[in-house]
Design a protein. Structure first.
Length: 147
C-alpha cells in the first residue's frame, strides 16, 4: 500500500500525517510506503514547520528530515490512496485527476470531517496531531484490520 498525505503547503498537517502514519505502520508490521505533499508550491524544498517538528518530537517522532514538495498528476499513478486534510485540498487534488479511477483514490483523512490548518494558531498543533493520529489509526484498521 502506498499512501500520500496532502495539505495546503506540506509544512504543518501532511508532514505530521506522514510521520504518524509511518510510525503506526511500523508498529503494526505493515509494508506500506507513506509520503506527503502540498497543493501549493510556497514551501517546496523546505522542511516542515518548526511547530509541527516540535509537536512530533513531543510524541517521540522526528519529522525534521522531511522535505516539502508539491502534489503532481504523477502522484495519482504512484499512490494507491491519497488522503487530504480538508475539502479545499480535496477540491484542488480532484481538479488534477485525469480519470474516475484517480478521483476514487482521493479521500478526506477523517472521513467526513476536516483537519483544521494550525498554521495561524500555535495552540492548535496538539489538537491537530491527535486528530491526525486517530484518523491514521482508523485508516490502518479499515485497510488491514490491525491497530
Amino acid at each position: 500500500m502506498k499512501i500520500l498525505m496532502v495539505c495546503l503547503g506540506n509544512i504543518c498537517r501532511s508532514p505530521l500525517a506522514e510521520g504518524i502514519m509511518q510510525q503506526l505502520v511500523g508498529q503494526n508490521g505493515l509494508d506500506w510506503q507513506i509520503d506527503s505533499a502540498g497543493t501549493g508550491d510556497w514551501h517546496v524544498g523546505e522542511g516542515p514547520d518548526r511547530r509541527s517538528v516540535r509537536t512530533a518530537l513531543n510524541h517521540g517522532m522526528d519529522i525534521s528530515t522531511q522535505v516539502c514538495r508539491q502534489f503532481t498528476r504523477h502522484d495519482f499513478n504512484a499512490f494507491d490512496l491519497i488522503l487530504v486534510m480538508d475539502k479545499y485540498n480535496r477540491s484542488d487534488v480532484l481538479a488534477m485527476a485525469p480519470d474516475e479511477q484517480s478521483s476514487a483514490k482521493v479521500k478526506l483523512l477523517l472521513g467526513d470531517k476536516e483537519v483544521p490548518d494550525p498554521y495561524f494558531d500555535e495552540s492548535e498543533f496538539e489538537t491537530v496531531f491527535e486528530m491526525i493520529e486517530q484518523g491514521c489509526k482508523d485508516i490502518i484498521k479499515q485497510l488491514s484490520g490491525s491497530v
